[in-house]
Design a protein around this ligand. Sequence first.
Ligand code: HQG
Length: 186
Amino acid sequence: MNEQRRVRVSKYLSRHLRHRPERIGLTLDEGGWAEIDTLIAAAATHGFRFTREELIHVVDADDKRRFAVDGARIRASQGHSIEVDLGLPPATPPPYLYHGTVARFLGAIRSEGLRPMHRHDVHLSADRETATRVGARRGRPVVLTVDAGALHADGHVFRLSANGVWLTASVPSRYLRFPPDTSGTA
Ligand code: HQG
């Protein structure tokens, strides 16, 4: 399986396991799981064919471990826009977490804090390197430091996804530290 094909199948899985299962007539259970056979059949019916072996390769080769396979089922480990209950227990975050974004969002983030936008939760990274990569998807990355310890102590719930992404509903601006060179931005 070449890289282009792997990315194509991976994006297809993300789209239908996180955002639009109904587009191919797929129903996820409340935990976000789909039967692998049903998913493959639904995709084929809608013009996109891949084998079970290809799917397993995509899951295993994924750099961010985006998908989890459990027996005959698969789900996305995080990143959903549709309503799912991942069943993740509340967890205590490390004192600081990081969020990668870009300069054009900083004005809004300064005034309203981090919001989940079209996903369920705000996504936070345990290290700056990962946050830098997340921000770089949109342009020159800006990494914000989140005072996660204080936010947690003040009653905000954090959960840790199966692939190491920290999830929380929102981050008010006062828990954010902006890099010094961005104070004049927007
Ligand atoms: C920004 C990818 C304006 C936020 C990544 C971000 C991650 C605001 C964008 C995962 C805002 C939302 C999630 C506010 C936040 N006003 N903009 N108040 N609050 N934003 O894609 O964190 O490849 O939903 O900074 O690697 O970028 O899909 O979130 O730029 O793990 O597996 O609004 O998605 O993983 O964008 O990325 P997203 P994200 P996958």
